[in-house]
Design a protein. Sequence first.
Length: 222
Amino acid sequence: MTPYRVLYRVLAAWLIGLAGLSSAQAQPTSNPSIHAQLLVAARQGDLAGVELALTSGASPNARNPLGKTALLMAAERGRDDLARRLIAAGADVNLASVEEVTPLMAACYGGHVALVRMLLAAGARTEPVDRMHRTAAVYAAGQGHAEVLAALLEHGVSIDAAYEHGLTALMWAAGGGHAEAVHLLLDRGARVDLRDDRGLTATQMARDAGHAGLADELSTRH
């Protein structure tokens, strides 16, 4: 066998693994393309298509070449109905993409609070970090989704947890000028005196980003 044939087989095996067609991920079926049909239906938001693919034997944990599952696609689009059906079919709520993005991160980024609560109830972990070194809480705070932050805090996420570069959820929200998220975090007891690895506080970040009013408000909190 030539080196080119060996390389081709290695690449083919890798792509098949990402697509979720390996025996570890795919349920037994005589029609492997059914997994691809599930992913296409999920990407298009086609609940009937998802249902048909699942009942035809598609694995709920099939993945596309980017490592995305149908559940991750549903989370990106805020599709509670798709997510509910996939979870009922056995979808792994913590299975991440190649970029290590989980369904919970995607739902938090989009501000889909009902879906966030559904994923948490199904066992989604809050601590995973993606390749951007961000967690679900970082995405929620950075996008200013107060209700999502509330759901995460109620689930046990530490309000003053320091993430990449020592940034807390309050710092992310303040730097983005997200007043509602800042108010929620302050009301829940977030500390305003914490500093990132540059020595900056949430107050300074808000002021530096041009959110003077929010910075003034933060400066009055102790």
